[in-house]
Design a protein. Structure first.
Length: 194
């Protein structure tokens, strides 16, 4: 019993340390508007799968906090808005799910690519936060798609903006989720048409 109590105390202290001494009342995440149904296996011939890699992110997004782009040279962070993990992996999973649903293709993440990477989708998540001047969230994703070793690379920029009523976590989180789904839909259409 003492061991369990001690273990629980250590876990609570470790969690508190992750968030600067106080745990957030809620954590934000991204959810796809469309999801694949369970028990629907898919197969892909050699080279037909698509691998979605976690996007690279600038330093401002290497955190679980939500950036507020005050102006071109100043970034702050939204109070009481904390992601469950950095936005790069969250966006990659939402992107992979959306591509799988909309294109019907087998989608692998970067940890599975050794099976058969096929087409590789990489990119940079340039912006992923609140623009307080326009009172809208903004997501900018620079995508790069490579098919095998001889077909070269194709790039494209995708952007979505969704208005918000106020600069609070409660207003910004669903708007970011909506914008992320819009960008994922744009990317899926691009991948599916290529």
């Amino acid at each position: 019993m003492r061991l369990r109590t001690f273990s629980a105390l250590v876990a609570a202290l470790a969690l508190a340390a992750c968030f600067g001494g106080s745990t957030p009342s809620r954590l934000l995440t991204l959810t796809p508007t469309e999801a694949r149904p369970a028990s629907t296996p898919r197969t892909a011939s050699q080279g037909a799968a698509i691998t979605v890699a976690d996007p690279t992110v600038p330093q401002a997004l290497r955190t679980t906090r939500v950036p507020v782009y005050v102006n071109e040279t100043t970034i702050q962070y939204l109070e009481d808005a904390v992601w469950v993990e950095n936005p790069g992996p969250l966006f990659a999973r939402l992107l992979g799910e959306t591509i799988a649903v909309r294109t019907g293709r087998v989608v692998l993440d970067s940890r599975q690519y050794t099976h058969d990477p096929g087409t590789r989708l990489t990119g940079q998540l340039v912006r992923f936060g609140l623009d307080p001047t326009a009172m809208e969230v903004v997501i900018v994703y620079d995508a790069a798609m490579a098919r095998g070793q001889t077909d070269g690379v194709v790039t494209n920029r995708f952007e979505a903006r969704v208005p918000v009523a106020e600069a609070t976590a409660a207003a910004v989180a669903p708007a970011l989720n909506q914008a992320a789904n819009q960008v994922a839909g744009q990317v899926a259409a691009w991948v599916g048409g290529s």
